[in-house]
Design a protein around this ligand. Sequence first.
Ligand SMILES: [Zn+2]
Length: 597
Amino acid sequence: MNFKKITQTLFFCFFFFSLSIFAQKLSYTVGFEAPHTHYCEVEVRVTGNNKDFLDFKLPVWAPGSYLVREFAKNVEQEQATDGDGKALKFGKTSKSVWRVQTKGVKEVVFRYKVYAYEHSVRTSFIDASHGYLNGTSVFTYVEGLQNQPLTLTVKPHKDWKKISTGMSSINNDPFQLEAPNYDVFVDSPLEIGNQKIYDFKAAGIPHKISMYGEGNYNEQTLTSDVAKIVEASTSIFGENPCKDYTFIVHNVHQGGGGLEHLNSTSLIRQRWGYNTKGGYLGWLGLVAHEYFHLWNVKRLRPEPLGPFDYQNENYTRQLWISEGFTSYYTHKILRKAGFNEDSEFIQNVQDDISYHENSQGSRVQSVAESSFDAWIKGYRPNENSSNSTISYYGSGSRMGAILDLIVINGSDAQYSLDDVMKEMYLEYYKKQNRPFTEVEFRKMVEKFAKTDLTEFFDKHIYGTAKLDYGKYLGYAGLSFNEFPNRGTALGASLSEEGGKLMIKALNKAEAGYLSGLNVNDEIIGVDGFRMSNSLLRSYLETKRPNDKISVLLSRDFKIQTLEVALTVPSSYTYSISQGALRPNEKQEKVYRKWTGM
Ligand SMILES: [Zn+2]
């Protein structure tokens, strides 16, 4: 072909290619005809189809919550038609995939109903008063069209007037929404009902707090305190990438939690929990945690958390950074925003250390393993979990505090962990726009700490070696103290159920476990006396380590006696205090940088 022909051919190829891209349209509709039945009606419409079949797939998990939840279990009454309503053949090819035989028709409509009655930040919930939808549990994607821009029409129940979501509206119609792709679509939960909405501006960005349910919060302080958290968080990264941000809050009798999204978050709080100091700090801490996520995990992502595989587990060894550091930054942001003093910040770090060191699981599971196995261990705890696992939240938060001290000390108080997080965000999100690897993270910490941390990571991130807390806290002139707890230990978590005293968990380093008690044993009596939980506690106070007690128990309804040799408690009391000596100039600088922010 000559040059002219090649150009012509290329032009027509491009022309038809463009046509085929732009001709395809993807639109979703969700309705709430009878919300008291907890169902919503979903429609997915593809126009400009040119395939013989289309696969409609529902995710099995919600990003940010690392558990396969099998959302397809709530889908029913599926239908597939062409644009004229003529039925198309379809069937499931796996637990969460529906294949529609389109035979090339231009318009394909897939409809189904979703039962939504699980109230959590990761699932969807609909009742007469409101609808809360988490995209991955409701909306299927169309294989091959995940990157296609799409629209969503929300048809609210007739009594519902408001909608809150991070998605953009079309033509100022709040119930007509659009997203550039499926990832953004399902990363924008929807709250539809008659919630109260409070607007405020912080870090130069419009924010909304959408409050479902009554609560004893004060409207004025609510927005001004959340604004302080927004400002303190933004100051760490130097910029806020959101055009707007929405807090969706559910005030309920029981429950709690939060889930991060691209430019929104969902929070569940106890409705009367705002008016005590602890309750209010808990609320602000939750806000700080989820807000910090808009950088750490929503944009600064560890490999392979993005692009997501919605059909399978997405394994990463770095949740101790994504979640653990976010928990550490919860402490830092509360301090930076002025809600906590130095002493409270240090107390929070002390609590994280105590949690880690007093968990038997910290001897057998590293923070990297805890991250990787979140799917089968962290999110699926059983009676042995405290003996075999640790939480990447608390243990990772503790690691954040220590690495912060290492960076501040190594840089002579020039840098802190803030600089590591900011540079990671600028380099891997802004500049390279890709997830970071484990080695890249270590190298970034090393750059600011001006020291090689290969051995530290091998021992304490990928291994379970105990940290020398005294050494690192000593950088800030603080001393670390540990004392074994006194008394005797049976090491059994007990609960009274229907008049029976049942063993729910056993500490593997204490008496009950070592002598052969089992979880699910019923303790009928000890040394000839009937026992309740409190009676047994009082009775054990009269005993000394190595004393023996005779336990009458029922195991699978078979009565038996077991001799248990009491042990000392395996737990320690850990505390951080001002050092005995006056701190030197460098220690003072490190302390100020660490706590003074
Ligand atoms: Zn989190």
